[in-house]
Each structure stands twice: as C-alpha cells, then as structure tokens.
Design a protein. Structure first.
Length: 97
C-alpha cells in the first residue's frame, strides 16, 4: 500500500468517492448556471461579511460580560450556518436545472 492509501483523505476525495459509488455522472454546467452559482457565492460572502461586521460591533458593546460574549458567539455561529445552508439550497436548485 502506498502512503496515500493509508493516510487520511480530504473532504474532496471522500465526496468524489461517494459520487463515484452512487453511479451518478458528473454534469457540466452551462455558462448561465456558472454565473448564477458565482452570484450566489458573491451574495453569500457579502452577507457573511455583514454579519461579521455587526458581530464585531456587538462584541465591543459587550466587553467584560462573558455571558453576553458567549451568546454573541453562539448567535454568530447559528447565523453563519443558516446563511451557508441557504446558499447550498440555492446552489443545488441551480445545479438541478
């Protein structure tokens, strides 16, 4: 066995193995789909940047209050997850055609 066979695999490698095992063929995307995906990614990054700016401002207001800081961190995590999940739903819809 080679070193690569015994080492840990990246998320990409695991995803490709699952895709190949499922028997699905990879589809090529049209230029329009690629543009839509890029637009979704751009909007997602902008929303994340907005959330991070607001989070930084809220952190400055809550300095010294550990409970409030923890709550802000949890809220940011939930908001980021929600934004990323929504982006994935939108991307899947574009990929599906």
């Amino acid at each position: 066995m080679s070193e690569k066979d015994t080492g840990m695999k990246s998320a990409y490698e695991l995803a490709m193995e699952r895709l190949n095992a499922s028997g699905e063929e990879s589809r090529t995307l049209s230029d329009e789909q690629k543009a839509e995906l890029a637009d979704i990614e751009k909007k997602t990054k902008a929303k994340i940047a907005e959330l991070e700016i607001m989070h930084k401002q809220n952190l400055e207001k809550a300095m010294g209050d550990l409970q409030a800081l923890h709550g802000l961190e949890c809220a940011l995590h939930e908001q980021l997850q929600k934004v990323n999940d929504q982006a994935e739903v939108e991307k899947d819809a574009v990929r599906a055609g």
